[in-house]
Design a protein around this ligand. Structure first.
Ligand code: PSU
Ligand code: MN
Length: 294
C-alpha cells in the first residue's frame, strides 16, 4: 500500500475515529496530546493513524491532525470504504479495523484504543456487527482495549471472537471487560499479570499466527461506572438510537454522544480514563517488544 510511514520500532498506533467521532470536538486535541504524552512516558513512540487528503498516514503530524479536526465533515473509514476515501482524496478517520490495516502495513505491532467494535444489541431489527472483528483475522497487531463497549452485546461479541479464532488475553483479569465496567459474564483465553510475560506471548503469537490479538485491560477501578446508573443511561441511549434510526456507521457515534449527554459527562470521563490506561499499557508493551528485538 502506498502510505506515509513515520513509524518507529517502538511505535504505538493510535486511531483517529476515537478522536473525531468518539469524543466531543473540544476533547479531541487535548485527548490526542495526553495519549501521546502517556505513550512517550513509557518509552514508546505515539503514532497517530488516519487518511490525510486520501493518503494513508502512519504517524500524523500535529498540522495534519489540526487540518482533519477543522474539516467540515470527516469520513469514518472501516475496511469496506478505506479505498473509497483514498480514491476521493478526502480526510478520513480510521476505526480499529483500518488502524490495524495501516499499522500492519507499516510494521507497527501495538495499538491502543478505548473499546473495539463488536456485535450490537440490535436497534430496530437489523444485524450490526463491526468490521473490527474480522480485522483481527487479517492484521497482526496487538490491540489494547477495555474489552468492548457495554453499549454492545458483550457476551455475543466475546463469542464472535471465539468463532473467528482470535486470542483474547486478559491483563490482570480473568473476566472479559465491558468498557465502563471491569467485568462481564464472559471470560478471556488466558490471564497474564506481568508486562514482560505479555510481551513474550504477544511477540511469539504475532510471528506464529500473523493475526491480531485482543489485549483486554479493564478500566481502572476508581473510574468504573456504577452498574445501576449505567443501566438507566444505556436504556435511554438505546431508545434514542431507535427513535432517530441510527444505523450503520452512525450507530456507535450516536449512542456514545447520547450517553455523554444523559450521564452529564460521566461516561465521557470514564471513556477518557480507560483510553489513557490503555495507552500506558500499550506503551509499556511496545517498549518491551522493541527491546526484545534489539
Ligand atoms: N471506542 C471508543 N470510542 C470510539 C470507538 C471505539 O471508546 O469512537 C470507535 C472505534 O474506532 C471503533 C468504532 O473501531 O468505534 C466501531 O464502529 P462500528 O461499530 O461502526 O464498527
Ligand atoms: Mn456497525
Amino acid at each position: 500500500m502506498d502510505l506515509t510511514n513515520r513509524s518507529k520500532p517502538n511505535s504505538v498506533a493510535l486511531e483517529t475515529t476515537l478522536l473525531v467521532h468518539g469524543v466531543p470536538p473540544e476533547s479531541s486535541q487535548p485527548l490526542n496530546d495526553k495519549l501521546a504524552q502517556i505513550v512517550t512516558d513509557q518509552g514508546a513512540h505515539p503514532t497517530l493513524i488516519g487518511l490525510v487528503n486520501g493518503k494513508p498516514t502512519v504517524g500524523m503530524t500535529n498540522e495534519e491532525l489540526a487540518s482533519m479536526l477543522s474539516a467540515d465533515s470527516v469520513l469514518k473509514a472501516n475496511t469496506a470504504n478505506l479505498g473509497v476515501a483514498m480514491h476521493q482524496q478526502v480526510h478520513a478517520a480510521t476505526t480499529v479495523s483500518t488502524t490495524m490495516e495501516l499499522a500492519s502495513a507499516a510494521g507497527v505491532k501495538v495499538f491502543a484504543t478505548g473499546g473495539i467494535g463488536g456485535v450490537h444489541r440490535g436497534y430496530g431489527e437489523h444485524l450490526d456487527i463491526s468490521s473490527d472483528l474480522a480485522a483481527f483475522t487479517r492484521f497482526p497487531v496487538a490491540v489494547v482495549t477495555s474489552g468492548v463497549k457495554s453499549i454492545l452485546d458483550v457476551e455475543s461479541t466475546r463469542e464472535a471472537l471465539e468463532t473467528l479464532g482470535v486470542l483474547v488475553i486478559g491483563y490482570q483479569t480473568d473476566s472479559f471487560p465491558a468498557f465502563y465496567l471491569r467485568e462481564s459474564d464472559a471470560q478471556v483465553d488466558v490471564r497474564i499479570d506481568d508486562a514482560q510475560e505479555l510481551a513474550e506471548l504477544v511477540s511469539n503469537e504475532l510471528k506464529r499466527a500473523e493475526r491480531g490479538i485482543v489485549v483486554a485491560n479493564p478500566i481502572p477501578p476508581q473510574h468504573e461506572l456504577d452498574q445501576s446508573e449505567w443501566n438507566s443511561w444505556l436504556s435511554d441511549a438505546q431508545q434514542h438510537a431507535n427513535q432517530v434510526g441510527a444505523l450503520g456507521r452512525n450507530a456507535t457515534p450516536t449512542i456514545l454522544s447520547r450517553l455523554h449527554q444523559v450521564s452529564e459527562g460521566a461516561t465521557l470521563r470514564a471513556n477518557l480514563e480507560l483510553v489513557k490506561s490503555n495507552a500506558a499499557l500499550a506503551g509499556k508493551l511496545a517498549a518491551h517488544l522493541s527491546s526484545m528485538h534489539t
